[in-house]
Write a protein of this length. Structure first.
Length: 214
DNA sequence: ACATTAAGTGATT
DNA sequence: AATCACTTAATGT
């Protein structure tokens, strides 16, 4: 883990702190599609993402999923931070979206490090505010935009996370993540395809805007 | 050839 | 925008 940790975080965290992370954190290398946290799980560690991406979702009582945001390289989980003080239960669900490498840090270090390392303090507050901004944007889209633009933003975000412009996904999977229905997604995708924003085939959606430019 | 799963469509709320 | 009921198309065995 040492190499990647230093590669991704030297400019964010001070050297002494990186040594501590290395000493106290557990390195994990995970395939895509692994569930890290279920709603209700007790939070005991906070993750630092080294490579890959993690999808953070909410779920209602009927198992409808709602995508909240992604954790990418350099990110940590604001939810974990907000819960860390009182060993609370997780309000969210976390699944690896890609093969992911991360470091798990026991929550006990949070408080100590905030006092000891100014770079940690900055990192924590920073990720907190970044997340908050993202959530505000998400709420804005939920409240004031129609499904169509929500879908398009979702496709673009997902494509970017996957480092490409092609998504292998079905309409009903999308519907689940956006808490909509398959029929609606199909119709909107057809419209997007007609507008030339997207190329849609069975199990395959291409985001035109993000095509590799040559 | 058959079954299964993904996607398209019209009508209704 | 969601749901229903049904059709059509693609894919796996």
């Amino acid at each position: 883990m040492r190499g990647k940790l230093y590669e991704k975080y030297t400019y964010v965290l001070e050297d002494k702190l990186l040594e501590e992370v290395e000493k106290n954190g557990q390195y994990r290398k995970l395939d895509a599609g692994i569930t890290l946290i279920e709603i209700g799980d007790e939070l005991t560690h906070m993750p630092l993402i080294l490579t890959g991406a993690v999808r953070i979702m909410n779920k209602d009582e009927n198992d409808n999923e709602l995508l909240l945001y992604y954790l990418e390289v350099g990110d940590t989980c604001a939810m974990t931070m907000s819960c860390c003080l009182g060993g609370q239960q997780s309000p969210i669900n976390a699944v690896t979206e890609q093969p992911t490498e991360l470091v798990l840090i026991p929550l006990g270090f949070m408080e100590e490090w905030i006092i000891k390392y100014k770079s940690w303090r900055a990192f924590v507050f920073d990720s907190y505010s970044v997340r908050l901004e993202e959530m505000l944007e998400a709420i804005d889209i939920l409240a004031f935009h129609n499904m169509g633009s929500r879908l398009y933003k979702y496709l673009k975000d997902k494509a970017i996370i996957h480092h490409g412009n092609v998504l292998n996904i079905t309409h009903s999977q999308i519907a689940n993540e956006l808490n909509s229905s398959r029929v609606v997604i199909s119709r909107l995708l057809k419209k997007l395809a007609f507008e030339g924003k997207v190329i849609s085939q069975r199990n395959r959606i291409e985001v035109v805007e993000l095509m590799a430019k040559k």
